[in-house]
Ligand binder design. Structure first.
Ligand code: AMP
Ligand code: ZN
Length: 464
């Protein structure tokens, strides 16, 4: 299995620290709002990485945090006049709902930053004791020039970074030894959550959280550390500096980063008005469609989100789900019994799928192999295969779908939440006696091949 390692900038053969085991850490979201579809990309992709390792019989220890102390959370809490924890707990619960909808397996552990403060204080103290950190007026800074490998992940050079960051010196951080030094602990401010520490009441910086949670739950050296590409610098560069200085050992062997999700070829942002939460999408599509869409491109390629591409993902997913239903029905619970010829054919599809996934998790090519299997299975069923043969095809299809986290028993109706949403919109128009709008929606549904029937129990629909 080959993985592109951001640290070495090439694909490398994967060698686990411990035979048959994978320890991986993926930076999780800051919980101040509903997660957006950009956040969903690393969640879906790294869940697929985990599933593929499990398919290959690795035992995966998968840790992903929730950042539940942060300026944005504090701002949201102050705006609502509640404690920070009210905001973070609310959005952790909402995030878990979205993750379930997207078919993301629960992590082995989802530590929360606020529950790991003791460990952070201990690591900061170790860094101070070793000369990698210093305290000024209640703030503790990391001394970047002391860490020889600083910049190795992002390929940045400290002198260039310094000249680009002169402005930092005039923004109230002149107490730092070096403009590149970053915060490990900051003193409390009015209206902010705080914890006692040897340097006074305050709260941790963002980067130290991940170093501590990763070390606590996975050990000093881990196999894989992942996240979106925006985290390479400074977040992951700083995590390396902290973890390796504290432990004296390499932090992670493989650094994996997903490219960004854009919308209509532009960066997603609230100000551009092209910002969607996962919840927004769930109103129009089953979240399985979003998952399938995310995996339709290689994770290191930027991915563009649009209605057309989502519609294509939806019909692709339907083809797979329909075929899975067809072979399952045809198998009628029979034991798998493939002829030599069929077994060889199925082995070919499995190998294609594995070759794609082994090549730095090329999910786009893996899906292409899956479509070939679907086409083959449909033809075999149409040509009149035996129950045992259908069972063999069904088994392979289910196994490969499971690696991608695609749920083949998703009901067709669930995929049709778009139809349900339009019907609901039509009902609302009727309640408002907006007959023109109601008729217009009915026409749209007719054009989609949907037939409506107004009954006493409400509106029923079927495909024409
Ligand atoms: P945040 O809550 O901003 O720390 O982000 C959580 C995760 O989502 C990180 O791994 C980010 O790199 C990732 N992420 C944020 N926006 C996008 C995007 N538009 N496309 C892909 N990944 C993203
Ligand atoms: Zn992190």
């Amino acid at each position: 299995m080959r993985i592109y390692n951001t640290l070495t900038r090439r694909k490398e053969e994967f060698k686990p620290i411990e035979e048959g085991k994978v320890r991986m850490y993926v930076c999780g979201p800051t919980v101040y709002n509903l997660i957006h579809i950009g956040n969903a990309r690393p969640m879906i992709f790294f869940d697929t990485v985990r599933r593929y390792f499990e398919y290959k019989d690795y035992e995966v220890n998968y840790v992903s945090n929730f950042t539940d102390v942060d300026d944005k959370i504090i701002k949201a809490a102050n705006a609502e006049g509640v404690e920070s924890s009210v905001i973070s707990e609310r959005y952790i619960a909402e995030c878990r709902k979205d993750m379930e909808g997207m078919g993301i397996k629960p992590a082995t552990r989802n530590p929360k930053a606020t529950e790991e403060i003791d460990g952070m204080i201990r690591m900061i103290q170790t860094l101070i004791d070793k000369g990698f950190a210093y305290e000024v007026n209640g703030t503790v800074y990391y001394r970047v020039r002391k860490f020889v490998g600083y910049g190795k992940l992002s390929g940045k050079n400290l002198d260039d970074l310094r000249s680009g960051n002169r402005t930092l010196l005039v923004t109230g951080e002149e107490e730092k030894d070096d403009p590149m030094d970053f915060v490990l602990w900051k003193p409390k401010k009015e209206g902010e959550p705080f914890w006692p520490s040897p340097w006074g009441d305050g709260r941790p910086g963002w980067h130290i959280e991940c170093s501590v949670m990763s070390q606590k739950y996975l050990g000093e050296t881990i196999d894989i550390h992942g996240g979106g590409e925006d985290l390479v610098f400074p977040h992951h560069e700083n995590e390396i500096a902290q973890s390796e200085a504290a432990s004296g050992h390499p932090f992670a062997h493989y650094w994996m980063h997903n490219a960004f999700l854009n919308i209509d070829n532009r960066k997603m942002s609230k100000s551009l008005g092209n910002f969607f939460t996962v919840r927004d999408i769930s109103e129009k599509y089953d979240l399985q469609v979003l998952r399938f869409f995310m995996l339709s491109a290689h994770y290191r390629s930027p991915l563009n989100f649009s209605d057309e591409l989502m519609a294509a993902a939806k019909s692709g997913l339907e083809r797979i789900v329909n075929c899975a239903g067809l072979v399952r029905e045809k198998a009628a619970g029979a034991e798998s019994a493939a002829s030599e010829e069929l077994a060889a054919e199925l082995k070919g599809y499995r190998e294609k799928f594995e070759a794609a996934m082994d090549d730095d998790f090329n999910t786009a090519d893996a899906i292409a192999a899956l479509f070939e299997l679907v086409k083959y299975a449909n033809t075999r069923v149409a040509g009149g295969c035996t129950e045992g043969e259908a069972a063999a095809m069904s088994e392979l299809l289910e196994t490969l779908c499971d690696v991608l986290g695609v749920n083949t028993s998703v009901k067709k109706d669930d995929l049709d939440s778009e139809v349900e949403a339009l019907i609901e919109e039509r009902q609302a128009a009727r309640r408002e006696k907006n007959w023109a709008k109601a008729d217009e929606i009915r026409d749209r549904l007719t054009a989609m091949g949907i037939v409506l029937e107004d009954t006493r129990e409400g509106v029923k629909w079927k495909r024409a």
